[in-house]
Design a protein around this ligand. Structure first.
Ligand code: ATP
Length: 296
C-alpha cells in the first residue's frame, strides 16, 4: 500500500505547491492593480536637468481616497544641497521618494525639477536623471566587479575601480578570495547589509546622475560600516543634489536642511543646530538617539 499512496501524497504536495504559487501570483496582480502603471502624456517632453533643483509645491497625496498620507507639503532642495528627511515610522518619508520617482502621481499640488512639472516629462528621462540607493540592494549572480559595472556598461575598468574605492569597498574586496572576480549573490558570497549598501553607492557613483536619492537601511550597522557609508555618502553628495531618507541622526548632522515629518506634514525644517535650538520635535529625537547610543 505504501507504494500506491506515496505518489498520491506526492501529487497532493505538488498540487498544494502549485495552488500556493498561483495564489501568490494573484496577490501580485492585485498589488499591481492597486498601483496602476503611470502613463506618459502624449505630448510629454524630455526632462532637462540644468541645475538639479527639486521643489515640492503644496503636495497632498493618498494611496486610497479615505486615507490622506501627505498633507500640503512644500519644500525645496536647492542645486547641490543635501536635504535629509527624518520622522517616525509611517510618517510618509518613503512616499516622498515614490512620488519623486513618479511611481504614483500627486493628488494635489506639483513636484518640479528645474521648474518642470514631473507629470509633463517622460518617465524614462525622469528616472535617468535620478540615482537611487535603496534600503535593500539586489545583487546578481556575477562577480562583484560586474555588479558595479552594470550601472554604466560603457564605463572603463578604471572608472569602475574608482567608484568602488570612493564607496569604500576596496578594503573589503581585497579581503575576498578572488578579489574583484569573487562571485556574489544568491549562488555566491552573501554580503552584509552595510556591504550591499556600499555596492549600491558604488553603482550610483559610477552612474553619476544629477539627483541622488538615498534610502538609508534601517538594519543596524557596525560602527565601521556606518563610518564607511557616511564618507561614501559625502562623496556622492559632492556636487549633486541629494535627498536622504535618514534613520540614524548621524547621517543628517551635516545636511544643509533637515525636514522633520510627522503624520504626513513637515513639522519643522532647518539645519541641525537651528533645530536643536528650537528645542522641539527634532531636539527630542536627538536626545532619544543619544541615550540609545550610550546604552550600546
Ligand atoms: P518607515 O520609516 O517605516 O519606512 P515612512 O515614513 O517611510 O515609514 P511610508 O512608507 O511613506 O512611511 O508610509 C506612510 C503611510 O502610507 C503608512 O501609514 C503606510 O501604511 C501607508 N502606505 C505606504 N505604502 C502604501 C500603499 N502602497 N498602499 C496603501 N498605503 C500605503
Amino acid at each position: 500500500t505504501m507504494q500506491i499512496f506515496m505518489p498520491l501524497n506526492f501529487l497532493g504536495f505538488v498540487y498544494r505547491e502549485i495552488r500556493g504559487a498561483l495564489a501568490n501570483i494573484e496577490n501580485l496582480f492585485k498589488l499591481l492593480d492597486k498601483a496602476p502603471a503611470i502613463e506618459d502624456r502624449p505630448d510629454s517632453a524630455e526632462l532637462q536637468v540644468t541645475q538639479g533643483r527639486i521643489e515640492f509645491a503644496q503636495v497632498s497625496f493618498s494611496y486610497r481616497p479615505d486615507r490622506p498620507i501627505l498633507n500640503n507639503l512644500s519644500f525645496t532642495v536647492e542645486p547641490g544641497q543635501k536635504v535629509a528627511v527624518v520622522g517616525e515610522s509611517g510618517a510618509g518619508k518613503s512616499t516622498l521618494v515614490k512620488l519623486l520617482f513618479r511611481f504614483y502621481e500627486v493628488t494635489e499640488g506639483q513636484i518640479l525639477i528645474d521648474n518642470q512639472d514631473i507629470r509633463q516629462v517622460s518617465q524614462q528621462s525622469l528616472r535617468r536623471a535620478i540615482g537611487i540607493v535603496p534600503q535593500d540592494t539586489v545583487l546578481f549572480n556575477d562577480s562583484i566587479f560586474e555588479n558595479v559595472h552594470y550601472a554604466r556598461p560603457q564605463a572603463s575598468k578604471e572608472e569602475v575601480k574608482t567608484a568602488i574605492r570612493h564607496a569604500h569597498l576596496d578594503h573589503f574586496i581585497a579581503s575576498l578570495p578572488d578579489g574583484y572576480d569573487t562571485l556574489v549573490g544568491e549562488r555566491g558570497l552573501k554580503l552584509s547589509g552595510g556591504e550591499k549598501q556600499r555596492v549600491a553607492i558604488a553603482r550610483a557613483i559610477l552612474k553619476r546622475p544629477p539627483i541622488m536619492l538615498f534610502d538609508e537601511a534601517t538594519s543596524s550597522l557596525d560602527s565601521q560600516s556606518e563610518g564607511a557609508i557616511l564618507s561614501a555618502l559625502k562623496e556622492i553628495a559632492r556636487g549633486h543634489t541629494s535627498l536622504v531618507i535618514a534613520h540614524r541622526l548621524s547621517t543628517v548632522v551635516d545636511a544643509d536642511k533637515i525636514l522633520v515629518m510627522a503624520q504626513g506634514r513637515i513639522v519643522e525644517q532647518g539645519s541641525h543646530s537651528q533645530l536643536l535650538a528650537q528645542d522641539g520635535h527634532y531636539a527630542r529625537l536627538w536626545q532619544i538617539q543619544q541615550q540609545d547610543k550610550e546604552k550600546d
